[in-house]
Write a protein that binds this ligand. Structure first.
Ligand code: ZN
Length: 197
């Protein structure tokens, strides 16, 4: 479930004590919710864009803005970890659980030349100002959470994934959306006056 903000479906899930229902009842409740008019009208899109969401663009380092000096490394120990570092100044991220997490941690760090949410190739954000983008991303994240929850309950019921790689892609899209939301919130904090309603 999402970290701090409760989405409408999550609030309703709590109210109806869905967690204490049988798995089949949980699945029925979740599927009724995702097909509801309410959820449908809240969800801006389920087509996020083309490309492989498991990879992401690495922002250049502030030490050498004109060159690609930043690369990703994989360490295969007991658990595989990923970190991103700059060859020139040797600044780096801590080791993280996925390549995406490492890239986004780097891009959001002070070492990176700050990316703009409008350049993210998913969710058609270029058309939205920061407040519009924030709303759009939160709604998309809510929908992805619901889809992942349905998939998790299905798995516990012994049903296979909806398609090969389905969960991986959804997790990756959620990471992109949360990363985009961080960039949007930064922009909102930087220029609060320009974005006040
Ligand atoms: Zn550097």
């Amino acid at each position: 479930m999402s970290n701090n903000r409760l989405s409408p479906w999550e609030s309703s899930y709590r109210e109806h004590k869905v967690e204490s229902m049988s798995l089949q009842e949980q699945l029925d409740w979740l599927q009724t919710t995702i097909l509801s008019h309410d959820h449908h009208s809240r969800t801006p899109t389920t087509f996020y864009g083309s490309g492989d969401p498991r990879v992401a663009h690495i922002a250049r380092c502030r030490c050498s803005p004109a060159e690609d000096t930043v690369t990703i490394h994989t360490a295969r120990m007991a658990v595989t970890t990923y970190n991103v570092s700059c060859k020139t100044c040797e600044k780096k991220t801590p080791p993280l659980a996925s390549a995406l997490k490492a890239v986004f941690a780097w891009n959001l760090s002070n070492n990176a030349i700050e990316p703009n949410y409008r350049e993210i190739p998913y969710f058609a954000l270029v058309r939205f100002d920061p407040l519009g983008a924030k709303d759009r991303l939160e709604r998309i994240i809510d929908d992805i959470q619901l889809r992942l929850e349905i998939s998790a309950v299905k798995r516990r019921l012994g049903e296979g994934p909806i398609s090969r790689g389905y969960d991986d892609r959804l997790h990756a899209y959620r990471e992109h959306a949360q990363y985009a939301l961080s960039l949007v919130k930064r922009e909102l904090n930087q220029y609060p006056a320009a974005n006040s309603a």
